[in-house]
Ligand binder design. Structure first.
Ligand SMILES: Cc1cc2nc3c(=O)[nH]c(=O)nc-3n(C[C@H](O)[C@H](O)[C@H](O)COP(=O)(O)OP(=O)(O)OC[C@H]3O[C@@H](n4cnc5c(N)ncnc54)[C@H](O)[C@@H]3O)c2cc1C
Length: 380
């Protein structure tokens, strides 16, 4: 029997990882959830994602972990290599989700999103695609009146903006903080997984910031190259594989073989990496922002989505168990989340800065990475 929540009717804006996990967690606690997603088709794009233990724990709490792990690839270590592919060292990865979960799993984003979408539909969340929010009216402090882009309207106890880095809900709430380029970009491809690839591997000391790959399914891997910011007109699926090959020349080993084996028309995702931290209030009245809309970090510790999922799970939990006026609950929610997401963001930015400025005195990426993951083993 679902436990009633103090806020019963919730609008979630954005059906990415954050909005999907939140919709599920709320529906499982008995809330009446509506999710609007601006994209007319709701499925995950096909690049890989590294799910650390704390992300796996969040997925377990909303009941989709078993489905995700049917295709994801678990591992407990990371291998560091020199640019020519020779082994530098192997590092065990802390189990941030607890001893009963792997430290890490590589997954296809589309597998993850498919699992989330199916679970969201199975929990009777009302999903409306190709739609966004036009206006929020909070003239009453008891609810939020929403006008959608198709002219329809709705009244909700709570609106949650989970609409990502360039959040429209953030604009509607009058929060003017914007994402900033970190100073590095990334090429990403999905490729056939070589049989011997059993964990994430990163190549240091080459011509670019770094190259790497991770197994993401029984037969697929994802490979990337972190580079300086190149021409912005390449952003999206517009960078040709030939450019990735040219920029990645000098990386050997399995990375070189994987990239060389790709068909010339392989889709390459290229983007500048941006970060954001909103450290003013994440809510205005009964409208709240979570996930990348308020905190996004460069993917150097692979914790972005994990932080988003933790937001979603904790918010749903606090709406059920915390008491007092809703705005106070939202204040306490942010107070719980901010130190943790700030630590991950600051450390990820530090790692990015050391990549961009090699030879910085005192630079010690392995220490920062280890410390970050160790401290995340404490509950969110
Ligand atoms: C290159 C790269 C690699 C990464 N690798 C990892 C990794 O390995 N591990 C990890 O944990 N994290 C990783 N991250 C971070 C992770 O991808 C993000 O933190 C996470 O996907 C953010 O999820 P989100 O749902 O908050 O936002 P988004 O994924 O941006 O989803 C927002 C959703 O809202 C929708 N939307 C947008 N605007 C509107 C609107 N106006 N109305 C309605 N809907 C709207 C969008 O269509 C989208 O579906 C990486 C990030 C990058 C950039």
């Amino acid at each position: 029997m679902p436990v009633p929540v103090p806020v019963q009717k919730v609008l979630v804006v954005g059906g990415g990882i954050t909005g999907s996990v939140l919709s599920l967690a709320l529906a499982q606690r008995g809330a009446d959830v509506e999710l609007v997603e601006i994209s007319p088709q709701w499925f995950g794009v096909g690049h890989g994602i590294t799910l650390q233990g704390n992300a796996l724990k969040a997925l377990r709490s909303v009941g989709v972990l078993d489905r995700v792990m049917r295709r994801a690839v678990p591992f407990d270590l990371m291998r560091l290599r020199n640019a020519d592919g020779s082994l530098l060292t192997e590092l065990p990865t802390p189990r941030t989700g607890g001893p009963d979960l792997p430290a890490t799993a590589g997954a296809l984003r589309s597998d993850l999103q498919d699992a989330l979408c199916d679970a969201v539909y199975a929990h009777d969340v009302t999903v409306r695609l190709g739609l966004s929010v036009e206006r929020l009216d909070q003239s009453s402090d008891r609810h939020v009146d929403v006008v959608f882009t198709d002219g329809t309207t709705g009244r909700y106890d709570l609106v949650v903006g989970a609409d990502g880095l360039n959040s429209h809900v953030r604009d509607l709430l009058g929060i003017t903080v914007k994402p900033r380029p970190v100073g590095m970009s990334i090429f990403r491809v999905v490729a056939e997984r070589p049989a011997e690839m059993d964990c994430a591997e990163v190549y240091y000391g080459g011509p670019r910031y770094k190259a790497g790959y991770s197994p993401i399914s029984p037969d697929r891997c994802y490979a990337y190259l972190l580079d300086e910011n190149l021409d912005a007109s390449l952003v999206g699926a517009r960078a040709p594989l030939s450019l990735m090959r040219e920029r990645g020349a000098g990386y050997g080993g399995a990375w070189g073989r994987v990239i060389a084996s790709l068909p010339d028309d392989t889709a390459v995702d290229y983007r500048w990496i941006e970060s954001i931290l909103v450290d003013e209030d994440w809510h205005r009245g009964r409208a709240l922002l979570i996930g990348d809309a308020v905190h996004a970090c460069p993917p150097l510790i692979a914790q972005g989505a994990a932080m988003c999922m933790e937001d979603a799970v904790l918010l749903a939990e606090m709406l059920r168990t915390d008491d007092g006026p809703l705005e106070k609950v939202l204040d306490r929610f942010m107070a719980r989340r901010l130190p943790r997401v700030r630590m991950v963001l600051d450390n990820s930015l530090q790692l990015a800065d050391w990549e961009i400025h090699p030879g910085t005195p005192g630079a010690d990426p392995a220490r920062i990475m280890g410390q970050t993951l160790d401290s995340l083993t404490a509950a969110a």
